[in-house]
Design a protein around this ligand. Structure first.
Ligand SMILES: [Zn+2]
Length: 264
């Protein structure tokens, strides 16, 4: 991912808070942000400071007066790292521009993910206004394999076709390839591919497990499915998940956790 520095009218956002020194006598920074309330979650700093930037690095955070080729008066404004959006499907220049104006400095496509990791990163490298990143997605690989006519989400065949064992193996290979190429994990839109069996989904999870990579999941079955997932996570501790009408007790969860056969 790239590192960005964003300066916005309402709030100044610094993507990097480096260990900063005060300005050596006579130094002129490329950019100074003066008199803003600097908030750095990492160090706990929350105080009015001047920030000096050289290139794309924060070189100084200081109470001293500093000078720069460019100056931004941030009096009355907050100077802080930007937000990280973990659920950002809008991954184009226009969306990045709006994200920046909302204070987002990193937007990640995690839940659905992308098909070709190299191509996706290549299309953005050096051009994106903010930091970006993506998982490799089960849905995109299923759509490619099934020749689905949809673009981002399945429109027909990927939603309705049960995969052959060969197709499942190929999808798993695709995910492993993406992970080897630097994907941030595996994306799942299980709710969008009703024809995918539990066996298929578990095979995809096993690709993530091989790389110790996280999985980001849009569940199938809404609240009830969420309850099942929570119950399974806590199996053995007499857990019961109650949420609205989608209540599942640990007995039901244990049944669902029983070994999955390939024909299910
Ligand atoms: Zn989503």
């Amino acid at each position: 991912m790239m590192k960005s520095l964003l300066l916005l009218p309402s709030i100044c956002l610094l993507a990097l808070f480096a260990a900063a020194q005060s300005q050596p006598a006579g130094q002129t920074f490329d950019l100074v942000i003066l008199h803003g309330r600097v908030m750095d979650p990492e160090s706990g700093l929350d105080a009015v400071r001047n920030v000096g930037i050289t290139g794309n690095r924060i070189a100084a955070i200081t109470e001293d007066e500093i000078r720069g080729t460019k100056t931004i008066d941030a009096r009355g404004l907050v100077v802080a790292p930007g937000f990280i959006d973990l659920h950002s499907h809008g991954q184009d220049a226009e969306n990045y521009r709006y994200k920046a104006m909302d204070g987002v400095t990193t937007a990640l496509e995690l839940e659905i993910g992308v098909g070709d990791i190299d191509q996706w990163y290549g299309q953005r490298q050096g051009k994106a206004l903010i930091n970006f990143g993506a998982t490799v997605g089960h849905v995109p690989t299923r759509m490619r394999l099934m020749h689905d006519s949809g673009t981002f989400l399945p429109h027909d065949t990927a939603a309705t076709t049960v995969a052959t064992p060969e197709q499942i193996a190929e999808m798993k290979l695709d995910l492993e390839h993406g992970l080897a190429r630097g994907a941030l994990g595996v994306g799942f839109g299980i709710g969008y591919v009703p024809a995918a069996t539990r066996w298929e989904i578990i095979q995809m999870f096993s690709a993530a497990a091989q790389y110790h990579a996280p999985a980001f999941v849009h569940l199938r079955g809404g609240l009830r499915a969420f309850c099942i997932a929570v119950s399974i996570s806590y199996l053995g501790e007499q857990t019961e998940c109650r949420a609205g009408s989608g209540c599942v007790d640990s007995r039901q969860a244990r049944k669902l956790k029983s070994p999955v056969r390939q024909d299910r």
